[in-house]
Design a protein around this ligand. Structure first.
Ligand code: HEM
Length: 440
């Protein structure tokens, strides 16, 4: 089969400027050009894979021909180490089974308590009529929730707050590396690098202390860290201290800004659809009657969960995912040479009218079982798919339910700018993040 090659592109840069300047329309253009399309990012040939069946080949049936890689992962290695987010297939094969139990649904009830408590504390700090940077608020909320779900056994709040502060520096560092993909810049002893080094040292000291006391105590604190420490593979081996360090950083990087950004999109979606907001608030009033949300409430909030599900479809924050081919591999009759970058875009799939009717509409009822049955499973990819699917999917969904119920159940949250001005770099996010808060 002849290959689809995207025409145009600049000498040396290829289509890199298109991806930088108009990322969303660029991936839609690639998608509409064919199932497998070659384009150039700098001197490197890259491929965008579209259609649910072909994406399924890359992520599931031919996943052994692909691995994580590419510039973002390489730049971030000093910060992420060998944690799951950026590690290769071999490492993931060993560490993923050791990470899964910490995120098992049987642990969620405990995590829910923490998430609910954290959300309530944040909302209690809000003043009626004030305008806030909602992005900051949501980042504090998700960072706090995850820190406290990781280290429930760390009773002093000072240490927990310290972890949150240093993690913010590390998360920002990963983002910065994605924006400036020139490796020597990140090695220069400039203020950001010095801050990162200090943050890494501080985190090491704290996490070392936690590991030592947890290992000695041998108690299950009901948190992520206890499970990560207790997990063993079939041969009875657990994670080394270095691996635990790397996984802590990895889940903090993967599991805070993503969830926080989803809450920003949620605030825009509910503002733009007052009918949906009213129907959701009615359900929340009925089920919760003003009390704090618990784990048992979640299955009762059917409409709210469809709203969350639709937000994940309409606003896939992980909008572009990358792999590289480890061997020559054929997809849709096209041979992709070993070493090529291979990408697929949850955004392009979610916004494809062949996959979802009226894809730009925010329609929670498309998730009613009678309507959802007709959808292709691989067309819905907010958490990826296959062996490297998001390990925190249930954690994230539960957290969104808790935060939506707490924040939007009691407050009307109105954007200062009507137009969010979507942008897409490491994540797909609104440019404008200021909102006015009014108690309902
Ligand atoms: C709404 C929030 C979230 C979204 C949209 C999201 C999305 C994703 C996606 C798309 C992937 C797959 C990336 C790929 O295939 O290249 C992924 C992987 C991952 N996510 Fe999430 N995520 C979210 C929240 C979380 C949370 C809360 C955690 C942990 C507490 C987490 C931890 C991870 C980890 C460790 C991986 C790597 C898994 C592996 O490679 O085996 N994520 N996430």
């Amino acid at each position: 089969m002849s290959i689809n090659v995207l025409p145009g592109g600049l000498p040396l840069l290829g289509h890199a400027m298109d991806l930088l300047r108009r990322p969303l329309s660029f991936v839609e253009q690639l998608r509409d050009t064919g199932g497998v399309v070659r384009f150039n990012l700098g001197p490197r040939p890259s491929y965008l894979i579209s259609t649910p069946d072909l994406v399924k080949e890359v992520l599931i049936s031919k996943s052994h021909c692909f691995d994580k890689g590419g510039p973002l992962f390489k730049q971030s290695k000093p910060l992420l180490g060998n944690g799951l987010v950026g590690c290769d297939r071999e490492q993931a094969r060993r560490s993923r089974p050791l990470m899964n139990p910490a995120f098992h649904h049987s642990r969620m009830a405990r995590y829910t308590e923490v998430m609910s408590q954290v959300s309530r504390e944040i909302a209690d700090g809000w003043t009626d009529g004030s305008t806030v940077d909602f992005d900051d608020q949501m980042n504090i909320a998700t960072m706090d929730a995850l820190t406290r779900c990781l280290f429930a056994g760390v009773s002093d709040t000072e240490t927990a707050a310290e972890v949150r502060t240093v993690m913010q520096v590390i998360v920002n560092g990963v983002g910065r590396r994605a924006f400036i993909p020139i490796s020597f810049v990140h090695k220069l002893p400039l203020p950001p690098k010095l801050r990162e080094d200090a943050a890494m040292r501080k985190l090491h000291t704290v996490v070392d202390g936690v590991i030592a006391s947890y290992r000695q105590g041998g108690v299950d604190h009901g948190d992520l860290m206890s499970m990560m420490i207790m997990a063993q593979d079939d041969a009875g081996n657990g994670m080394t201290d270095t691996q635990l360090h790397d996984e802590v950083r990895s889940i903090m990087v993967a599991g805070t800004e993503t969830s926080a950004t989803m809450m920003l999109w949620m605030a825009y979606a509910l503002h733009q659809h007052p009918d949906i907001r009213a129907r959701m608030q009615e359900e929340l009033d009925l089920v919760l009657a003003g009390r704090r949300i618990d784990y048992e409430d979640i299955p009762k909030l059917e409409y709210t969960s469809r709203v969350v599900q639709e937000a994940l479809r309409r606003y896939p924050v992980a909008w572009l995912l990358t792999r590289y081919a480890t061997v020559d591999v054929e997809i849709d009759g096209v041979t992709i040479p070993a070493g090529s970058d291979v990408m697929f875009s949850p955004y392009a799939e979610h916004m494809d009218p062949r996959n979802f009717d009226d894809p730009f509409a925010f329609d929670p009822d498309r998730w009613l079982p009678s309507r959802a049955r007709a959808m292709h499973r691989q067309a819905f990819l907010p958490f990826g798919a296959g062996v490297r699917k998001c390990v925190g999917e249930s954690f994230a969904f539960t957290e969104m339910m808790i935060m939506v119920a707490t924040f939007f159940g009691s407050w009307t949250i109105t954007p200062v700018h009507e137009d969010p001005e979507p942008t897409a770099s490491t994540t797909y996010r609104p440019r404008h993040t200021h909102f006015t808060l009014r108690r309902r």
